[in-house]
Design a protein around this ligand. Structure first.
Ligand code: DGL
Length: 271
């Protein structure tokens, strides 16, 4: 393995770009390969077996491109596929649920933590398990927000419709005395301002994806595979989508501070 190989990021669509944004900031020397399975997004309502199958298809695509580490930048895929993929690969594999849980346990004062995510993530109880394993006295209140991902994928996350949906969806979390809420879906940071507005400024929002990048950085050092700035290599950023590159590029260019992102369409085959 060489230091110059890219780090691979996978998600069901554009959500993992929130993790990439943080990676570009915290790991500016690293080359990045991103794959979003936009054509089959959302993963949230799909059965676990199907999500595992799709996650493997994405993983194989990036392995062929010679990545040195895999970041499963999708909570829904992490919840059901991380253990299996981690056990099978010889490169380091990291998901987003443990880093988000660790950060929330650190942030809370009253041990009352909310988790918002896709139906698949909430149904898996992965956050609840991780939070309770770290801190048994924690009360966890979870809420599936199935309407959030379609708003983001259709590039409507700045709209008044988005604001209304966020407000209606989060109502059950109000007056629950939470001091911390985990954004347990990598699409949600694109709605972060609306979510914060709705829940109130005193609630601490944890961006699981952003927390994950800190741990990616630790792992790169631990395995001695970080790209050093004195190696004189210019980092590259390559984006692949199974859907329409047009909408993907609009969102990527709005969200990431990179010049002119132009993604490549790929076909993973089969539904
Ligand atoms: N971004 C994803 C997550 O973190 C998945 C959203 C979806 O496809 O439903 O869970």
């Amino acid at each position: 393995m060489t230091h110059t190989q890219p780090i691979g990021f996978i998600d069901s669509g554009v959500g993992g770009l929130t993790v990439v944004k943080e990676a570009i900031k915290q790991l500016p020397n690293e080359s990045i390969l991103y794959l979003g399975d936009t054509a089959r997004c959302p993963y949230g309502p799909r059965p676990a077996e199907q999500v595992i199958d799709y996650t493997w298809q994405m993983t194989r695509f990036l392995l062929e491109k010679n990545i040195k580490m895999l970041v499963i930048a999708c909570n829904t895929a992490t919840a059901v596929a991380l253990d299996e993929i981690k056990a099978a690969l010889s490169i380091p594999v990291i998901g987003v649920i443990l880093p988000g849980s660790r950060a929330a346990v650190k942030a809370t004062s009253n041990h009352r933590i909310g988790v918002i995510g896709t139906a698949g993530t909430i149904k898996s109880h992965s956050y609840e398990r991780a939070l309770k394993a770290k801190s048994p006295q924690t009360t966890v209140i979870s809420l599936a927000c199935p309407k959030f991902v379609p708003i983001v994928e259709s590039n409507q996350y700045h709209s008044s419709v988005a604001k209304k949906i966020v407000s209606e969806t989060l109502r059950p979390l109000k007056n629950k005395k939470l001091d911390t809420v985990i954004l347990g879906c990598t699409h949600y940071p694109l709605l972060k301002h609306m979510i914060q507005n709705e829940l109130g400024s005193t609630i601490r929002l944890i961006d699981s994806g952003a927390e994950t990048v800190g741990e990616v950085s630790t792992l790169l050092d631990y395995f001695d595979i970080a790209q050093q700035s004195d190696q004189d290599v210019i980092p590259t950023h390559e984006f692949y989508t199974t859907g329409s590159p047009k909408i993907f590029d609009e969102i990527a260019n709005d969200w990431l501070d990179l010049p002119n992102i132009s993604s490549n369409h790929i076909d993973l085959g089969g539904k």
